[in-house]
Ligand binder design. Structure first.
Ligand code: NAD
Ligand code: IPM
Ligand code: MN
Length: 355
């Protein structure tokens, strides 16, 4: 089993180190190879996704990814910005299906800004399409407007688009996932305004007919954003496009107590996957040793489950995380009165000990 380890920037290196420590503690044989990605790769090689890093990722069974980005790169030409590395990996590896499970562990109910009764026992799965939509649609750019409200003025534009096969395959992923859960899918769109999402809705409905045992409903994204904080437990599997999924999954992170708790898996059609926390490089806390490593450690568990076929090892990690939370250990982002504040490394050590 070959794992490409790409820590990236900011807290990426701190949190990935803890996940690697946990992986090494399992009685499994891995080949792990580390490479530069993001801003650190740009500094060293002049590109955020060097050829050698992409090659390593392609050759591996799975990629363990930290995070990329820092404000200091925000003025670079877009192709050189750190974020292009993660977008390039998703595109080049064909990682179209992004799973972001929002689970509220019982011990963290008090850490969320929402009322405990709204989130206790929460277990929803956001499935975000990851290689299409306005993220990748061409053409895009800047030009002089020829029409619109201000002809002759400077303007910028992006293209929102989805093809039929792209929507069909992500819809199938969602229905299959729902079959293993409580058999409910909510497809989130903006069909009342956008042609792309009327098309999305029509196709999800069509594919849904192949899954008569799964209940399908549709919701506009603005309402979904509201319902997620009003009555999050009403959802089970949520399937949506790239852009809406990006926004809704950060929102859902707060239902779990902190964005530092939300893992993710991005899979292609051969189950090769990239595993990363749903959060970013958190430049505001980088280097301070306080970042929560649990989203990354839980992403490593998802990697064992989905790409490496090691369900038992995945469950061992998840059980260890629950144990550590039950012991009352908390990084600052999930701290509440009566618990014990620890740093990134102490949290990783505690998971190791619990394993
Ligand atoms: P962010 O997710 O990095 O941080 C948002 C807030 O959450 C910050 O206050 C941060 O301190 C906190 N936070 C995030 N992860 C945490 C953790 N593990 N423990 C404790 N607190 C945590 O989002 P941002 O600030 O909007 O973006 C920062 C940079 O990260 C940008 O360059 C952005 O493009 C990039 N980014 C990268 C990825 C990725 O690599 N997949 C994802 C999101 C953002
Ligand atoms: C995420 C991030 C990325 C995205 C950025 C860094 C490109 O926000 O993984 O959610 O928008 O997909
Ligand atoms: Mn995001």
């Amino acid at each position: 089993m070959k794992i490409a380890v790409l820590p990236g920037d900011g807290i990426g290196t701190e949190i990935v180190a803890e996940a690697v420590k946990v992986l090494h503690a399992l009685d499994l044989k891995f080949e792990m190879e580390t490479a530069l990605v993001g801003g650190t790769a740009y500094d060293a090689h002049g590109h955020p996704l060097p050829d050698a890093t992409l090659k390593l990722a392609k050759e591996s069974d799975a990629v363990l990814f930290g995070a990329v980005g820092d404000w200091k790169y925000d003025t670079l030409e877009r192709q050189f910005r750190p974020e292009q590395a993660i977008l390039g990996l998703r595109k080049n590896l064909g990682l179209f299906a992004n799973f972001r499970p929002a689970i509220c562990y019982e011990q963290l109910v008090a850490a969320s800004s929402l009322k405990p009764e709204l989130i206790a026992g929460l277990d929803i799965l956001i499935i975000r399409e990851l290689t299409g939509d306005i993220y990748f649609g061409q053409p895009r750019g800047r030009r002089t407007a020829v029409d619109g409200h201000f002809p002759g003025a400077e303007e910028a534009f992006d293209t929102m688009r989805y093809s039929r096969p792209e929507v069909e395959r992500i819809a199938r992923v969602a229905f299959e996932a729902a079959r293993k859960r409580s058999k409910r899918v909510t497809s989130v769109d903006k069909a009342n305004v956008l042609e792309t999402f009327q098309f999305w809705k029509d196709i999800v409905t069509e594919v849904g007919k192949e899954y008569p045992d799964v209940e399908l409903d549709h919701m506009y994204v603005d309402n979904a954003a509201m319902q997620l904080v009003k009555a999050p437990k009403k959802f089970d599997v949520v399937v949506t496009g790239n852009m809406f999924g990006d926004i809704l999954s950060d929102e859902a992170a707060m239902l779990t107590g902190s964005i530092g708790m939300l893992p993710s898996a991005s899979l292609n059609s051969s189950n090769q996957g990239l595993y990363e926390p749903s959060h970013g490089s958190a430049p505001d806390i980088a280097g301070k040793g306080v970042a929560n490593p649990l989203a990354t450690i839980l992403s490593a568990a998802m990697m064992l489950r989905y790409s490496l076929n090691q369900e038992e090892a995945a469950q061992r990690i998840e059980t260890a995380v629950k144990k550590v939370l039950a012991q009352g250990l908390r990084t600052p982002d999930i701290y509440s009165a009566g618990t014990t504040k620890v740093g990134t490394v102490e949290m990783g050590d505690a998971v190791l000990k619990a394993l």
